[in-house]
Design a protein around this ligand. Sequence first.
Ligand SMILES: Nc1ncnc2c1ncn2[C@@H]1O[C@H](COP(=O)(O)OP(=O)(O)OP(=O)(O)O)[C@@H](O)[C@H]1O
Length: 239
Amino acid sequence: MSALPILELDSIEADIAGSRILRGVSLTVEPGEVVALMGRNGVGKTTTLRTITGLLAHRSGDIRFENQPINRVPIDRRARQGIAHVPQGRDIFPHLTVGENLQAGLTVKRRTRSEAKEALDRVYDLFPVLREMLKRKGGVLSGGQQQQLAIGRALLTGPKLLILDEPTEGIQPSIIDLIGDTLKRLKQEGGLAMLLVEQYVDFCRETADRFYTMDRGAVSASGTIAELTDEVVREHLEV
Ligand SMILES: Nc1ncnc2c1ncn2[C@@H]1O[C@H](COP(=O)(O)OP(=O)(O)OP(=O)(O)O)[C@@H](O)[C@H]1O
């Protein structure tokens, strides 16, 4: 591809509690592209995402965002630069209302009142249930509603790269379809780049342009999504 990657990981090594968890992870996400990061449990997918957002400091290797190294950039500045993270388990504030959870996303980027309203209206257009539930506490929403809230809140930070950790986990099929359709809309209408950790192969085939598989802390295979054949799935993903 001709454009420079929006995100580039070059030989990332990272430790947790004295154990080497990432052993040289290299990957790229191009502008406007959806990339799936796949692999069996415990191979280091979530840890890779945490090094990108800045939740975990890596010990060596380079992370570049829009062609600038961000190795030592703190987490809040990475968010302001345009890296949004929807973590596994969604991490919404259970005691705040849906509206208050969304306001938390709005604080990341400086906006005029009308820009903020426009951004909120866009989220309600993508996820109408959030408007209906505005006064409800986040903690009483269903898993699928919480996932929509978490994605909506991440979108309100004004991201250039949206990172999603297992967005289909524990969610009913109709909402999985809605989330898949929404990610496709965000790519088509807004050209938003996405990096998606996901175990659900069909969801990746539906939504992603390219894939990487990981094994024991490193990338074990990669290709276009058409190259994610049943054979690749058997070799790299099935338990
Ligand atoms: N806080 C922690 N303390 C100790 N070990 C950890 C911690 N977090 C992760 N690990 C270990 O790091 C390895 C990679 O974990 P990671 O969560 O990145 O895997 P994953 O590929 O995302 O798997 P899963 O699909 O199960 O979330 C695992 O062996 C895990 O046990």
